[in-house]
Design a protein around this ligand. Structure first.
Ligand code: GLA
Length: 386
């Protein structure tokens, strides 16, 4: 073979190899092999029972090299366990949950679930959009709460495990049909959980619609940094990056006012124990805080919580303009989950979101998504010790 022919072949093979490498690099970022196959490091999938309608539910476990792990199931795209180290390196769960599907299928207050289409309350389940009046399901006294009677927390989502350079991840998909619970438009939703090597659970939410519709997605995990069932969270110290909050009426609907927290029991701008002034707040904390960021393109610090017993610290970063701080006021010991009975204040929620009843308050940031736009929100729960 002539040298020139040989070099032509070598060049050809190199070019081919280059294309393959490029192709590999493209797919390397997002490997989508089925769970359990080599290549999906840190992801396992198990069956988790069936819903009342006979739909199979799967449970995904994500584990990083630090030993942190998160279990998330397809029913409600719900986080069922979140295991993080304490100050001695001992691993333990930090959220309330059940170790079987039946616990979740029974009446229970949204433990670890994704809530939507509109999380939080809509007054009387009514709103107007483009001069059409919509009437939603009401499921909380006169109001609509967390998406209605069968919200996103009660849907079985499709899941796809994905290995990413920053850690193991699972994508959950749900199509909320036009008219579901009274909402207009087919809404395609995607929620991606990623367990980062840096001990952060990152949640990326996106959605698109074919008709204008309100959207407000969040996760409803109840945290107890000392462990589920170990007692109440009143000794946890909380800091919120929020100088304002939205006061509410007796049915927890915002009055529309954006009030200052200064000199009130609502003030967590400096770290304070959750229980310090809770007795002065009627019913306990169940309020939307207006984050100082006003909402942002990339996640910024919204809250920091410290439990001195375990030494665990949790920081919450979000792109959202608000966070609902809820102290498990309605937990009354009738529900028993991992760790035992869940009594009042045994967990707290930091539900990053737009403000409650935004559809009826033109002075609140809009929650209306229109066709052609993409709704997006990102929230990160980051763990450390002190
Ligand atoms: C939200 C609400 C609370 C309560 C819980 C579920 O956080 O703001 O009022 O309804 O959900 O019990």
């Amino acid at each position: 073979m002539k040298l020139s022919t040989l070099s032509a072949i070598v060049i050809f093979l190199c070019v081919l190899q280059g294309i393959q490498v490029k192709g590999e690099q493209r797919t390397e970022k997002k490997k989508t092999l089925p769970a359990g196959q080599p290549g999906l490091k840190g992801i396992t999938r198990t069956a988790f029972g069936k819903t009342g309608e006979g739909k199979a539910v799967e449970l995904y476990a994500l584990t990083n090299s630090q030993g942190m792990s998160a279990k998330i199931m397809t029913y409600g795209a719900t986080v069922t366990e979140l295991i993080v180290p304490d100050r001695n390196g001992k691993l333990g769960d930090v959220i309330l949950g059940f170790n079987n599907l039946d616990g979740y299928l029974a009446a229970q207050p949204y433990l670890g679930a994704i809530v939507g289409r509109v999380g939080n309350r809509i007054a009387k389940g009514r709103f107007r959009l483009d001069s059409v009046e919509y009437k939603l399901a009401t499921n909380n006294g006169p109001n609509h709460l967390h998406g209605g009677i069968k919200g996103f927390d009660k849907a079985v989502w499709s899941a796809r495990p994905v290995s990413t350079p920053v850690g193991p991840s699972v994508e959950f998909i749900y199509l909320s049909k036009d008219g579901e619970e009274g909402y207009p438009g087919n809404l395609s939703c995607k929620v991606v959980y990623t367990l980062m090597e840096s001990n952060e659970l990152r949640i990326d939410y996106t959605a698109t619609t074919d008709k204008p519709t309100p959207v407000n997605l969040t996760n409803h995990a109840y945290f107890n940094l000392a462990g589920p069932g170990t007692g109440n969270v009143l000794d946890h110290e909380l800091m919120l990056v929020a100088q304002h909050y939205t006061p509410v009426d007796d049915s927890l609907i915002p009055t529309g006012e954006i009030a200052s927290v200064v000199n009130t029991p609502m003030d967590f701008t400096k770290p304070a124990k959750i229980g310090l002034r809770i007795a002065k707040v009627k019913g306990g904390y169940d309020h939307n805080y207006v984050l100082d960021s006003g909402g942002s393109k990339t996640p910024v610090l919204a809250a920091r919580v410290h439990d001195s017993k375990s030494g665990r610290v949790m920081e919450v970063y979000t792109t959202q303009p608000g966070v609902q701080f809820y102290t498990g006021n309605f937990l009354d010991g009738t529900i028993a989950g991992i760790g035992g009975a869940y009594k009042q204040h045994y967990g707290f929620c930091l539900e990053t979101q737009h403000f409650p009843d935004s559809v009826n308050h033109p002075n609140f940031p809009s929650v209306v998504l229109i066709p052609g736009q993409t709704y997006s929100q990102t929230t990160i729960y980051k763990f450390a010790v002190k």
